[in-house]
Design a binder for this molecule. Structure first.
Ligand code: NAI
Ligand code: MG
Length: 480
């Protein structure tokens, strides 16, 4: 389907569409045309509270945590089937709302299954000691705009599998696919209150969820600055918190790497999804002996990246998500021009009259202490940094406050594996960058946050562990 005019959207609270009592609405843009394509309610505090109360009731009284894992699994599979069936329409909507190329939007649909079990503890007594896994309660989930539906799935699926109930707030820029999903939840058998989708700004609605005493856990993906605010605010109610905060991930190329694959990997690592990727390989570390040739080849290949309308199937790079993000990235391009040399790009493309487009940009001879090498830019900006040898590569790679991801390119398995072990990051790829699987854990070291998403690790973050001790002696304790 194509949204041709500004469509008013509703939130989804306690199984019902809720327009928003204040009547305040937030415009939603198509970043390629700068046109308003929808409007969402700016949730008031009382609407956030109402969503939390519904999730609380569903958890405490309506029996969602007591459903069997099989029942929850069946519902999740129904949701997954629905998403698969609607994938083309969802991809189009996602592409229109976020600016990501349609061919990328088509990859972003995921599902999850439940594999939760406790353990028996080998205590030295005539007793049966068990560790039971139980849902943590009401989960407040705050997600960003770079992978809107994918992030919603990464948050909702493990929480539901674990038996939690959810209040999810999509980013104000990209709420449309999550709201589309919300419209199907009743028919798919999700009981009222189990999943609530609220819309609005982070500083108000998001912050309210974080401070609310009836929310047990906050799962957040977004900026490090907001992650820090969330952690501080959550301290007052001692909420469980998991944070995925992006980074400044090194993509490391040794001279013995397959050269063609390396050039491709360097570009893919940093320019996919316009560089609006938490794990973007934004620091491209290249061994000195291949450095000039590498910068030249990378630049040549970057010239062919086709910028264009997100829905054009030839497009390899769309606009950035918003005016704000576009301005932020342009500011970093400007900083970069004074800190390093420009191989290509460095501004906005002249060819576009409208839309938040920026040029794929490669800075080289970058010092790792430069701002463009230290701060997350979250746009198509690569900083190429030369290194002398394995030791030097490792030192530069780890010299960052972040630690989400890294990649190492080499044909020498010993060297590659030494690097894998020494790099301080939650995800390390060898001879590739960015493949992500729902079966494998995702999350950061250092200031990239903590907690893991996806796979059994992701479900674990929504579980508490209860120790149960069953005495098998029929005698009195005999203490008094
Ligand atoms: P942001 O961190 O402000 O927004 C992410 C989510 O947090 C949105 O849903 C927003 O409404 C919510 N939020 C904002 N302030 C909040 C608060 N005080 N309390 C609770 N929730 C709050 O990200 P923004 O401003 O859109 O982008 C800024 C930078 O963040 C980007 O340039 C990029 O560097 C980084 N970022 C990282 C992402 C990642 O995947 N790790 C995703 C998006 C942005
Ligand atoms: Mg922000």
């Amino acid at each position: 389907m194509t949204v041709t005019q500004s469509t008013p959207e509703a939130m989804f609270i306690d199984g019902k569409a809720i327009e928003g009592a204040s009547g305040k609405r937030i415009p939603v843009f198509d970043p390629s045309t700068e046109e308003v394509i929808a409007e969402i309610p700016d949730a008031s505090a009382s609407e956030i509270d109402r969503a939390i109360a519904a999730a609380r009731r569903a958890f405490d009284h309506d029996g969602w945590p007591q459903t069997t894992a099989q029942e929850r699994g069946r519902i999740l599979f129904r949701i997954a089937e629905k998403l698969r069936a609607e994938a083309p329409q969802l991809a189009e909507l996602e592409s229109r709302n976020s600016g990501k190329p349609i061919v990328e939007a088509e990859y972003d649909v995921a599902d999850a299954a439940t594999k939760i079990s406790g353990t028996v503890n080998p205590v030295p007594d005539n007793a049966l000691s068990l560790s039971l896994k139980e849902p943590v309660g009401v989960a407040g989930q705050i997600i960003p705009w770079n992978y809107p539906l994918l992030m919603a799935a990464w948050k909702l699926a493990p929480a539901l599998a674990a038996g939690c109930t959810c209040v999810l707030k999509p980013a104000e820029q990209t709420p449309l696919t999550a709201l589309r999903l919300a419209g199907w939840l009743n028919e798919l058998g999700v009981p009222p209150g189990v999943v609530n989708i609220v819309t609005g700004f982070g500083e108000t609605g998001g912050a309210r969820m974080v401070e609310h005493p009836h929310v047990d856990k906050i799962a957040f993906t977004g900026s490090a600055a907001v992650g820090k605010l969330i952690m501080k605010s959550a301290a007052d109610t001692l909420k469980r918190v998991t944070l995925e905060l992006g980074g400044k991930s090194p993509n490391i190329f040794f001279a013995d790497a397959d050269f063609e694959a390396a050039i491709d990997g360097a570009l893919f690592g940093v320019f996919i999804n316009q560089g609006e990727v938490c794990s973007a390989g934004s620091r491209v570390l290249v061994e000195r002996s291949i450095y000039p040739k590498f910068v030249e080849a990378m630049t040549e290949k970057a010239r062919n990246i086709k910028l264009g309308a997100p829905l054009d199937r030839e497009t390899k790079m769309g606009p950035l998500v918003s005016r704000e993000q576009c301005d932020r990235v342009c500011k970093y391009q400007q900083i970069g021009r004074s800190e390093a040399k420009v191989a290509i790009g460095g501004g906005q493309p002249a060819a576009f009259k409208r839309g938040y487009y920026v040029e794929p940009t490669i800075f080289y001879d970058v010092d790792n202490s430069a701002r463009i090498a230290r701060e997350e830019i979250f746009g198509p900006v690569a900083t190429v940094i030369p290194f002398e040898d394995e030791r030097d590569a490792l030192k530069i790679a780890n010299d960052t406050p972040f630690g989400l991801a890294a990649a190492v390119w080499s044909r020498d398995i010993y060297k590659a594996l030494r690097m894998v072990k020494a790099i301080r990051a939650g995800i390390v790829w060898v001879n590739h960058m960015q493949p992500t699987y729902v079966e494998a854990p995702w999350g950061g070291y250092k200031q990239s946050g903590f907690g893991r998403e996806l796979g059994i690790h992701g479900i674990d973050e929504y579980l508490e562990t209860k120790q149960v001790h069953i005495n098998l002696n029929e005698q009195p304790i005999g203490w008094y």
